[in-house]
Design a protein around this ligand. Sequence first.
Ligand code: F6P
Length: 467
Amino acid sequence: MKQLIVVSNRVPSPDKDSGSQGGLAVGVMNALSRTRGLWMGWNGQLVDDAEQHAPESYENEGVQFATFPLTEQEHELFYVGYSNEVLWPLFHYRSDMVEYSREKDAGYQYVNERFARQVAGQIPEDGDATIWVHDYQLLSTGHYLRTMNVENPIGFFLHIPVPPWEVFRILPHHERMIEHLCAYDTIGFQTATDLRHFLENVERSGVAIVEGNTVIYDHRRINTGVFPISIDVDTAREMAEKGEQSSRSKRLKDSLQGGPLIIGVDRLDYSKGLYKRFQAFEQLLENTHTRYGNVTYLQIAPLSRTGVERYASLRRELERVAGHVNGRFSTYDWMPLRYLNTGYDRETLMGFMRQSRVGLVTPLRDGMNLVAKEYVAAQDPEDPGVLLLSNMAGAAEELDGAMLCNPFDVEEMADMLDAALSMSLEERKERWQRLHRVISTNDIHRWGESFVTALDQSAAARHADGQ
Ligand code: F6P
């Protein structure tokens, strides 16, 4: 049986309460649970002599893992530097935050090459393996695998958005990035917009030719497509039902004193729009006296990428605005905004989502946003909450039934929050049914299967062509 080797920088943490791993870990774990898969990636540790460490193998929830450490310097240049101070802001359209240096660039290439070496060492002896590389930290890994004469099917999926040409071309050596991507057989994106931007970037860079959804580079044909990541809907619903019965959920419910709950769950990241969200909540309290003393907004925001300065400064800003809102509106027995940096396991989070009246998911830019889909799956069909979703999230291109808002428009968000809190049961049910139909049709298993099928077909066509 063919082996599927998944490669990503981050692998799921065995610590279930960490809560800051993002959608990739959740999505890929679900997709791999039904396959004979091996997942490779960084083990989260920093050591002096990373080259001397053979990958450590273990099994977690039925999936095989092979993980390895990085050095401090690799982590600084590859992860903090190039991945999160160059690519992350640029791909989220924040060119003002890009801090490029040649040293970071070289560190990124070096670590991508090291990932490739580790992967090449795990290909089974019979050679029968499909390799699936994930996300912006590893854009060049496929290229280095090809230089090591690995001719297996190699696919790449980008979990984050693709910026348009005028933003993309800011990246020094963007032509090289496109060349490296041309090593893959299949490249997948979250949305049709991302795919369109990518094909335009390829064309405008002059590196390769675009024919429909195919990129032609040096006689190689690279197949591209849209594969919106999703969740395991049944598992999420079961978790929510169980989570709602937990003592944490009961304590949360008691503490609300019968008032409605608005919930947000995000890594603490500037792309998530938390600052404007807090302002919108403040505006809601200012506008509507009926909400005063009654509504509670719970924002769970586990710390993320603490080594990157932008994240540290965002944390300070959020603490300030949260303190301001509570100082301004709290009474001796009611605190409107509960802002916490603690992570919780998914069962607890889903239980909290199930008892909320509004799910607030308002990123300024997001590849997909699986919290939006989890929110839908977690709801009680007889009394569902309302999803208030940013029109800048990839999920907005799919989730018919959500209330869509502009996350830059604080006043609009405040009005929409008010409307969501007042929505009739009939409308809430009708919207939820539409949303649920979408996530049940395209669930996580379909995502994984359709990508791997497209990848194997594309590699088979390459071999048939004698490439
Ligand atoms: O889903 C996007 C993503 O950037 C993943 O690639 C990443 O693993 C996750 O968010 C969390 O970020 P980090 O690995 O930097 O903690």
